[in-house]
Ligand binder design. Structure first.
Ligand SMILES: CCCCCCCC(=O)SCCNC(=O)CCNC(=O)[C@H](O)C(C)(C)COP(=O)(O)OP(=O)(O)OC[C@H]1O[C@@H](n2cnc3c(N)ncnc32)[C@H](O)[C@@H]1OP(=O)(O)O
Length: 219
């Protein structure tokens, strides 16, 4: 395969796409704590067998809290700006549903760069259930999509997924340690070919390939 889509040394600045940017050190620790607690709350709500009066009290408290938090909202599309170890700058969608640091619905998937791509270890609670005891196939695709996109971005080629192909090889268990890995396998013009897999106990449960099409900054 030809490789004529050259990686760029700096990722495109989201401001050039008209997106608001939040510096990582401007994100309050209290927000991170709130996100983690709401993440646990979703799991608690999904599985609670509390009595009806307890459910009514919790429902009222959550409603009141939602109204309070909605008084001041961030714009959709806000990007998180964080410094990279190599001196560059990394940008991530703040509320990304798989990895966004301000999104309680996110796993959150924290991908680290490896020699040939990206990697993460994570565990999914019962919120991500599809078949009994197993991770929902749509979420497996979402996890792979995120890792494949991040592998492309880590190689300096930020793009959107044009095509995603997923094979489910074995059931992916909930509440069990999982590993995800992804890498760039080739590039031509704006197309970046990526592959990745999810493993449990070293065994592949799902694998995916994708074509990311590199973004072009507006002139
Ligand atoms: C750090 C970041 C992590 C991000 C992880 C999350 C990733 C995501 O979820 S992204 C969201 C889901 N994806 C989308 O919403 C994308 C929607 N689609 C689009 O916007 C457009 O179709 C887009 C941008 C992909 C391509 O459109 P456009 O910019 O006009 O490119 P276009 O000129 O048509 O095609 C460029 C090349 O890609 C190829 N291509 C385009 N679509 C496809 C496709 N579906 N399958 C295969 N190849 C394709 C074309 O054939 C062309 O190839 P070649 O260079 O050989 O001629």
């Amino acid at each position: 395969m030809s490789v004529d889509a050259q990686p760029v040394s700096e990722l495109p600045d989201p401001r050039n796409f008209g997106l608001p940017v939040v510096a990582e050190d401007e994100l309050p620790e209290e927000l991170r704590t709130l996100v983690a607690r709401v993440h646990d709350l979703v799991d608690a709500v999904a599985h609670t067998e509390a009595d009806t009066s307890e459910l009514a009290r919790a429902s009222a408290a959550v409603h009141e809290l939602t109204e309070r938090l909605n008084v001041k909202r961030r714009d959709v599309g806000a990007m998180l700006e964080r410094p990279r170890a190599d001196g560059g700058t990394d940008y991530q969608t703040l509320t990304n549903v798989v990895s966004g640091v301000s999104n309680p619905a996110a796993v959150p998937l924290v991908l680290e760069e490896t020699e040939d791509g990206v990697r993460s270890e994570f565990t999914l609670n019962g919120t991500y259930q599809g078949p009994p005891g197993l991770v929902h196939g749509g979420w497996i695709a979402a996890l792979l999509d995120q890792a494949l996109g991040s592998a492309s971005a880590a190689a300096g080629m930020v793009g959107l997924t044009a095509n995603l192909d997923v094979n489910y090889r074995n059931p992916t268990p909930l509440n069990a340690p999982l590993e995800i890995t992804a890498r760039v396998t080739g590039a031509e013009r704006r197309k970046v070919h990526v592959s990745g897999e999810i493993r449990h106990n070293g065994e592949v449960t799902a694998e995916g390939t994708a074509i990311m099409v590199r973004l072009v900054a507006p002139s």
